[in-house]
Design a protein around this ligand. Structure first.
Ligand code: SF4
Ligand code: SF4
Ligand code: SF4
Length: 501
């Protein structure tokens, strides 16, 4: 055994009494873990390649497999964990940055789980959503502070275009290239059925998906991949990506191995070339520069589409958001540090940024204090995991949420956090045709629709319990929230009282 041997993180446990050597697991594992040993006449495996994606477990016809976390351990302590020691071995060997995918697995506080929702009792009756109408529709974009009427008394509707959502959820940016054609198609089809929007990410829009334009947000990132006039006109809204929660302050990187066929054509870059988007937009070094791009995009689309500016949640996010609100943007999207990614340096993903809950509360407060809250809508993302997270986000001041990891889980993702390898066994974060076809977009879109419908029901139940019958009345209604186990400072930032107060 080599001296640089690192014990595998997972063990593949095969029950040989059940295994019928059908070799399904061998065919299903793109990481080449399982093999049929002809000499011994039995299945064997190389556990060092296993990422715990559970594809083989799910498809084994005799339920002969399970994946367990290895209990092999270092003589670790609270300071020097096995992970820290292993990472040093890996970097001492490779000299390279450790890449990671999906959101940070670190044990930072999840504030959603330290916030509780109110319910009416006696004096303020609750509403039964089965018997009474409940409004989950929201409009995103700049709103006038007061109603303006023309000389005939009619309300003047000279608002900038709005995005109309039947439920306050959108699918966040995931580029074609980082995820597969079938994953993009599932998101596009589900958005159309649900009356919401999905987001192209920074990879351009595949020509097959132009028909979903009315439900598409087209993104303009620092690399400008796939950006051209028809692309801008195709979307219902335009999103300038300034930052991403999982990797604030750095650009994107899609390895050349994933730039194949239609991905290369859609991004408008040669096959096999790495798609590296710069850390900053090279034409944006101030709010004034950002304003120029906002208005360039509005001009290019005849002022018919709202412009979103997406920023990562960082230390001075409220001041940044205040500047963005003055840039002419219609919507600000804020991405928290637990947000997912197709690929990012693990050191950045796990150590940079701030939680979305604190960022949202401080941005909403600042915009209110400055009297510009209605100039923009706020959309937040970065690990929204349930209908309760959505209700809490809206009560903290969001107009709507972006989800990405939750949507991928609905498509079958098992959170193995190895999207950057390009060997997603569930057909989501891959461009390998044999893997892509494992995801059926018809079934995928159905699952997404089911998930959002289920969440919509739960949102209505929670709103009804509070005696609130519309999302608009819930937005920023922090009296409906209480903290549990939080410090006074955390409560102050969140702008909520402690449970019992
Ligand atoms: S899929 Fe199950 S039954 Fe078939 S070879 Fe693998 S472990 Fe054995
Ligand atoms: S990588 Fe996935 S499919 Fe392969 S052995 Fe591990 S759990 Fe099974
Ligand atoms: S998308 Fe695929 S590779 Fe990425 S975490 Fe999910 S299952 Fe793993």
């Amino acid at each position: 055994m080599a001296i640089n041997y690192i014990y595998p993180e997972y063990e593949v446990v095969r029950n040989y009494d059940r295994c019928i050597s059908c070799r399904v697991c061998e065919r299903q594992c793109a990481n080449l873990v399982h093999h049929y040993d002809t000499k011994r006449g039995k299945m064997i495996c190389d556990e060092s390649k296993c990422v715990a994606c559970h594809r083989c477990v799910a498809l084994c016809p005799t339920r002969a497999l399970k994946i367990v976390k290895s209990d092999h351990t270092f003589k670790e302590n609270a300071n020097w964990t096995g992970e820290k020691i292993t990472n040093i071995y890996r970097q001492a060997e490779s000299g390279g940055v450790l890449l990671a995918s999906m959101g940070t697995p670190k044990n930072y506080p999840v504030y959603w789980d330290k916030i509780l929702i109110n319910a009416s009792q006696v004096t303020n009756p609750s509403i039964d959503p089965l018997r009474e109408p409940m409004e989950t529709k929201v409009f995103l974009g700049h709103k006038n502070d007061k109603i303006v009427r023309d000389q005939y008394g009619r309300i003047k509707c000279d608002e900038t275009p709005q995005l109309e959502l039947q439920v306050p959820v959108m699918f966040s940016a995931m580029s074609y290239g980082s995820i597969s054609y079938n994953a993009h198609k599932s998101l596009a089809m589900a958005s159309k059925k649900l009356g919401i929007y999905y987001n192209t990410g920074e990879g351009g829009l595949h020509e097959d998906f132009y028909e979903y334009g009315p439900n598409t947000i087209v993104q303009i990132a620092s690399g400008r991949f796939g950006v051209h006039p028809d692309y801008l006109k195709a979307g219902a809204a335009l999103e300038i990506k300034m930052g991403q929660g999982a990797k604030p302050g750095i650009g994107g990187h899609l390895p050349g191995a994933k730039i194949v066929g239609d991905v290369s054509k859609t991004r408008m870059i040669p096959e096999g070339s790495d798609a590296i988007s710069p850390a900053p937009h090279h034409d944006i070094y101030s709010i004034e520069d950002l304003r120029q791009l906002v208005y360039t995009l509005k001009e290019a689309t005849n002022y018919t589409k709202p412009v979103i500016v997406k920023i990562a949640a960082v230390h001075n996010v409220s001041a940044i958001a205040s500047g963005v609100a003055r840039s002419g943007a219609d919507i600000i999207a804020i991405d928290g540090f637990r947000g997912g990614t197709g690929a990012a340096p693990a050191a950045i993903r796990d150590n940079v940024g701030i939680p979305i809950e604190l960022a949202l509360a401080s941005v909403d407060k600042r915009l209110r204090d400055e009297g510009i809250r209605n100039d923009v809508s706020l959309v937040v993302g970065g690990s929204i995991r349930s209908s309760a997270d959505i209700v809490k986000a809206i009560a903290l001041g969001a107009d709507a949420v972006y989800i990405a990891t939750s949507a991928l889980i609905a498509l079958g993702c098992h959170l193995c956090r190895s999207c950057h390898s390009g060997r997603c066994n569930w057909g989501i974060a891959t461009q390998r045709p044999d893997l892509v076809k494992r995801l059926n977009p018809e079934i995928g879109s159905e699952k997404l629709v089911n998930l959002i419908h289920a969440w919509q029901h739960e949102i209505k139940e929670m709103m009804g319990g509070m005696g609130i019958n519309s999302i608009e009345a819930l937005r920023g209604n922090r009296a409906m929230l209480r903290g549990i186990g939080l410090t006074r400072e955390e409560l102050d930032i969140l702008g909520i009282k402690h449970a019992g107060e």
